[in-house]
Design a protein around this ligand. Sequence first.
Ligand SMILES: *Cc1c(COP(=O)(O)O)cnc(C)c1O
Length: 361
Amino acid sequence: MSAKKIYFTPGPSQTYFTFEEHLKHAMRDQIASISHRGKEFEQVFRTASEHLREIAQLPSDYHVFFTASATEVWERSLQNCVQQSSFHLVNGSFSKRYCDISGTLGLKNHSAQAAVGSCVAVDGLSIPEEAELIAITHNETSTGATQPLSDVALLREAYPDKLIALDIVSSFPYVDVDYSQVDMAYFSVQKCFGLPAGLGVWFVNEKCIERSRALNAAGKSTGSYHSLTSLLEKSKKNQTPETPNILNIYLLGKVAGDMLEKGIAKIRQETDYKSAVLYHMLEQHENLSPFVKESQYRSKTTIVGQIDKGNQDFVDALARKGMVLGRGYGSFKSEHIRIANFPTHSKEQIESLADQLAVGS
Ligand SMILES: *Cc1c(COP(=O)(O)O)cnc(C)c1O
């Protein structure tokens, strides 16, 4: 067998360092075989949900729902909370996809587009009256640009009656959201939680539930098994409408518990430190530079470096050291390297990666 690699790819990424141990326990306790209608699963659901609530410091009017992915949340959020029109801050491929899905569902999708590697300037941004929901991507994983939370606050203040959906897929639990300023937030577990893909988490407040009920009462379909009302009804019993990814919900509860024990403040501090190491390396480097030029938009959890002569030499050199870099997203495939700076990546691993890149090519 070849030596173990370390994945610095931004999702799927390196598994959380306690993943294997929890997986062993799950197998010992036959978690994959338990009924999703039994007491044992209800406890698994409760643990995951409570640990996530504690990490996020969720207000009491928020619910925690499980979906198949963040992509599913894009569709469900629009089906459940938007009658006619949504507005999207588009900073890259992921935020664009949410906007496109709105169009596919037959809604009118307005957007403001940022230059690549930047973020939409919210100052003076005019959002049409008819838009019912504002979609903001906190960390645009495709480019490494982060929309500052102060922009979320400004939008909330300017548009208090519109719903705000915040994509925290590749920044939670690093991101410290004030949930009174948004109405929903969501993530997938293969990013910062270092778990196998195929599970999304959706934080939703009462206002979204009421909106969904109102749309339903007005005759609009809000979907079937994963409508907000259906998710809510089952979650009250610590259950899900369908047979869910029980194993992953179990693992999420465990990893979230480990993170709480370590301390979210410590995870945030370490993330800041590790990102500073990586940006410092990029700024000093002869052939590499940070792709995001404006420092206020630079992501702490997905660091993107630009290489004009192509990334192959770097990718190969690092692979020989057992380190897997992310390549650029979409049209930047060969010009960028993307480095996940997630909670499982230790200071030592990031320092070692930075050293290797510094001598790399
Ligand atoms: C990965 C990612 C998604 C999509 O997640 P899936 O689990 O593939 O649905 C959405 N938004 C952002 C910012 C992402 O990084």
